[in-house]
Design a binder for this molecule. Structure first.
Ligand code: SAH
Length: 217
């Protein structure tokens, strides 16, 4: 098989795995077809970038499983006018997918190194509508609030109050909640005039949402 045949087949298998796990939204699938996961996985694990599995990245963190990225993105129902906040930049992969669907993506991580590396990748891929910053995302980004959509890719026991407060009326937030040593629930929070509606989507496992900045800073 030629290299290009191999790449085409790998891509087909990748998209098939997403569809078979429930990622059916055409815009989400198109974004995930366009953004190559390869560059977001480095070192030892790079050759497994196209498997539907979470993988280790720097700072003891993980890049999420592609089907979970797809399902979370789908649940977030992003529109082209949206200003989105992601808490937990990690590799930058989820933010890169969101950049294809939203007007602007703010992504924050408590590890300066992860933010620096992700920002360099965004620049090299010409993803110019992503703004990456080092900060403790449990407090959101008050200066840029409110947001149309918020996605959290680390698990808290409950949805952080500042993030709920920074969600627009009509806005959606998707996040894993539950203890870090247990199976967590992915939930979708919708803000209406009257308050917040909560919908439980599926069991998931994420690294914990931690306080303060990482030690590498
Ligand atoms: N979305 C990422 C996966 C993130 S893993 C991707 O696509 O690769 C979870 C990330 O959340 C880790 O990088 C971790 O450093 C970060 N994190 C944990 N607690 C945080 C906090 N309070 N504020 C900001 N980032 C946090």
């Amino acid at each position: 098989m030629s290299d290009s045949d191999e790449i085409a087949e790998r891509k087909m298998r990748f998209l098939f795995a997403l569809r078979s796990k429930g990622v059916t939204d055409k815009r989400v699938l198109a974004a995930m077809e366009k953004i190559d996961r390869g560059p977001f996985v480095r070192g030892l694990f790079a050759e497994r970038a196209y498997e539907d599995t979470p993988l280790p990245i720097a700072c003891g963190q993980t890049i999420s499983q592609p089907s979970v990225v797809g399902l979370m993105t789908q649940a977030l129902a992003v529109t082209p006018r949206d200003k989105v906040l992601e808490v937990g930049t990690g590799s930058g992969y989820q933010a890169a997918i969101l950049s294809q669907l939203a007007r602007r993506v703010y992504t924050v991580d408590r590890h300066r190194r992860l933010v620096r590396e992700a920002a360099a990748l965004f620049a090299s891929l010409d993803l110019n509508n992503i703004i990456a910053m080092t900060s403790d995302g449990s407090f959101g980004l008050p200066d840029q609030a409110p947001f149309d959509r918020i996605i959290v890719t680390a698990a808290a026991e409950d949805p952080p109050g500042p993030l709920l407060a920074q969600l627009k009326i009509g806005g959606i937030m998707v996040l894993p909640v539950g203890r870090s040593d247990a199976v967590q629930s992915l939930i979708k929070v919708t803000r209406s005039e009257n308050g917040f509606d909560y919908e439980e989507l599926r069991p998931v496992r994420f690294v914990p949402l931690l306080e303060g900045l990482g030690k590498d800073t």
